[in-house]
Every structure is written in C-alpha cells, then in structure tokens.
Design a protein around this ligand. Structure first.
Ligand code: CTP
Length: 401
C-alpha cells in the first residue's frame, strides 16, 4: 500500500521527535520514499543527520537554503508528496497549520502541499486540552486533515495523561488505513460498477412466486470488494436478507423485469457490470391478481421467457466491461465458453454448484474464470470475499490489455 509512495515526514519539536527516526525506517520498509522536513525546535531534540542517513535524502530545515538553482525546495517537496505526515505534531505546528501560517520550512511546505495531510499530535496533556489546541485540531479535521488520536500513558513530565505519540508501528498501520480511506491509487478509482445479486422472484399470485437458491452473498462480497478498490458501486439486489454494505448504493428489486429496468437505467454511465444475480429464465405468463384457490388435482402454470439481461447488455454495449456468471452442474467449461460467446460478455465466472461448500447459499466458492482467447483462471475454494478479489484482479488485468 505504501509501495513507491512519496511520503513527506514533517518533524516538529517535542521529546517524541526521537520516535520519528523509527517511523522513517518503518515507512521505508513498507516501500515508501521518505523525505524529511524539520522545524528548528525539532533539531534541538534530534539531528538532521539521523534522518538524512535513514531516508538517504537531504533533510529540509531552512526555507532559504536553496541548493538547486532551478527548484524552490519547499514547493518542490510539496509537489513531490503523495502523503504528508506531521509526527510528532506539536501544539505550535498544529496552530500554524490550522491557521495557514507559514513562517518556516515545515509550515511553508505544508501550506503549499495539495497532498493529504496526516497529523499525529504529541504534547503535554494540558496543552492538548487547552481550548486553543482543541479548536485548532477541530479546524484541521474540518479542513479534511486526518488527525490521529494521541495515546494515554506516562508522559515525559512524569505523570499519566493523554498526549503521547503512538508507537511508530501503530502510526504506519493508521497511515495505511488512511490511504485506503483516501482511495489513493486504488485500482477501481473513478469506475462506476453495477452489480446484481440474489435470486429474482417471479410472481404467480400475491402470495406465491418462483425463485431459486441464490443467497446474494457472492454479489454482496463483490460489492464491498469493489468499494474497497475505490469504485462507485450500485448494487441491484433481489435479496433483502443481507446487510447492506456501507458506502454502496442499493436498489432493491424482485423480478427479472425490475432488475432489467434498474440495470438499463444506469447502463450508459457504467464502466463495469457484474451479473452475479441468478435471474429467473422464465416467469408465469399470467400473474393472478388474487390468490389461486385449490381446485383440480393438477394445476398448470404456463411460463414465458424473461429477457436475458446479460445478453441484452452484451449486444448493446459500448465500452462497458461485462462480467457474467454461470452456475452449472455439469459440462462447466463447455457451457461457460458458450455463454461467454453468445452473450458477448468479457468474462464468465463459472462455478460447479453440484459440489458441496461451493456456490449457492454458501460462504465459500470455487470458480473458474473464462475470458476470450485465454486460458481459464482457476480460483480454488476460499471465502466469497477472497473470490471477489480474484475476480476483480483478473478483470482489471484484462481491462488494461
Ligand atoms: N442472466 C441474465 N438474465 C437472464 C438469465 C441469466 O442476465 N434472464 C445472466 C446471469 O446473471 C448470469 C449469466 O446470465 O450472469 C448466466 O446465467 P445462467 O442462468 O447460468 O445462464 P442461462 O443463460 O440462463 O443459461 P442456462 O440456465 O440454460 O444455463
């Protein structure tokens, strides 16, 4: 996640400044490129040489110490940055950044950066509780800066209180979560994805319907994975049994025709459509307005074909990437390839629903992914979430081709 990310670490002057050296090491271990800026007070606690040796870069301490004629160093650093971290952030630096004051290298570069800013306050507990600091931290949060919660523990002053710098390992974990929340460089960033899930219901009369064993779990896993990969997700759900994933738009439908309508309404603006739903192939030709009463020994319900949504999407697509499913009990490869071609899908995810622990209504799945003119990808049995990750990994690779 931090691989090849450009991290500008700004160190301000508190006793916790020594922990920033370990933070640099840990960030580099995660694959980040780290450059360090220090305030004058920070240099009272730890030397620039320490950071220079660890980061293998010049350490920025003076706004006017311009070493390269063609660069203004604080702007150059600000523009280079993917994520800025202030650790430790003293009450003084927090106050300046919250109010747009730029009177040294660190605050000037921070004012110039458009990258996300991650603030790790560390100070005496009374300074932290001071209304001015409380106000300044609230300003930073309102400005969309991420402020990490200081830890409670034994302070340098010799008493317990809130204000300790969290351990560098904890800071790195929090930075990683922050990157996910900021959706930096996520593979499906800016992509609009429609995902259908669950088994459709085709009404016979007001109290009866035809449906199937699909639980919707695969579609819901796909929706939350796509969201975590940065996509804008519309989940068209034929089930009401599952918890709605946060941060995903959900439209509930019952029948195949309602699903068709909901998909088509958003199709033009979609980049990817995943037809994970088990759509009924037939519906009762007539829907009784009132409950059908018991009468003869046998009852015949005439069924008619529903529209094949995936087929329709495939035959009207512009640039959308279409992923279909094929739940089979036999001849998996033959049927999956036939569906890929006939429905003009870009990918078919096939599973053998005759196997135990796989497919309909289970928490695990085992699938084979078919794409045109390539060898199939076999995804061995694992959780539906892990299967969803593999499905999108294959799709992303294929879309980039
Ligand atoms: N599908 C669809 N609309 C339908 C039926 C199926 O969009 N009316 C989609 C499913 O969501 C799935 C794919 O088509 O992504 C394959 O579904 P499946 O039921 O396996 O295939 P069918 O075409 O219905 O063929 P069969 O039932 O004969 O295997």
């Amino acid at each position: 996640m931090l691989e090849n990310k450009n991290v500008a670490l700004y160190v301000s002057g508190g006793i916790a400044a020594y922990k920033a050296a370990d933070l640099v090491r840990r960030l580099i271990k995660q694959g980040a490129n780290v450059k360090v800026g220090m305030t004058a007070s920070a240099m009272e606690f730890i030397t620039p040489l320490t950071f220079q040796i660890l980061s293998k870069h010049h350490v920025y301490t003076d706004t006017f110490d311009e070493r390269e004629e063609d660069k203004v160093s604080h702007i150059h650093l600000a523009d280079w940055t993917d994520i800025a971290i202030i650790a430790p952030a003293t009450a003084n630096v927090i106050a300046k950044v919250a109010n747009g004051i730029a009177d040294d290298f660190v605050t000037t570069a921070l004012l110039a950066t458009t990258a996300p800013i991650f603030v790790v306050p560390a100070m005496n507990s009374h300074m932290l509780e001071n209304p001015a600091t409380v106000r300044n931290l609230a300003t930073l949060r309102a400005d969309n800066r991420f402020v990490m919660e200081p830890e409670t523990g034994f302070l340098a002053e010799g008493y317990e209180g809130k204000g300790r710098l969290p351990e560098p390992s904890t800071i790195v974990e929090s930075v990683k979560q922050f990157i996910v929340s900021q959706q930096l460089d996520l593979p499906l960033k800016h992509k609009r994805i429609i995902i259908t899930a669950g088994g459709t219901k085709e009404r016979i009369d007001p109290v009866r319907y035809i449906t199937n064993d699909s639980s919707g779990k695969m579609g819901y896993s796909l929706a939350s994975v796509a969201r975590d990969m940065g996509a804008h997700v519309l989940l068209i759900s034929a089930t009401k049994q599952l918890k709605r994933p946060l941060g995903v738009d959900v439209v509930e439908v019952d029948s195949a025709s309602e699903m068709l309508e909901a998909v088509m309404a958003e199709y033009d603006s979609a980049d990817i459509v995943v037809m994970a739903a088990a759509v009924s192939d037939y519906r009762p030709k007539k829907q009784a307005a009132k409950k059908i009463k018991k009468s003869d020994e046998s009852l015949t319900i005439e069924l008619e074909k529903t529209t094949d949504i995936l087929y329709q999407l495939g035959h009207t697509k512009k640039n959308q990437f279409l992923i279909g499913f094929a739940a089979e009990t036999n001849n998996l490869e033959v049927y999956a390839k036939e569906k890929l071609e006939r429905k003009k899908a870009d990918m078919i995810v096939a599973n053998d629903v005759s196997k135990a622990d796989v497919g309909f209504n289970k928490d695990t799945n085992e699938v084979t992914i078919f794409i045109p003119n390539s060898e199939p990808t076999i995804v061995s049995i694992r959780s539906k979430k892990e299967v969803a990750i593999e499905i999108f990994n294959v799709a992303i690779k294929q879309m980039r081709r």
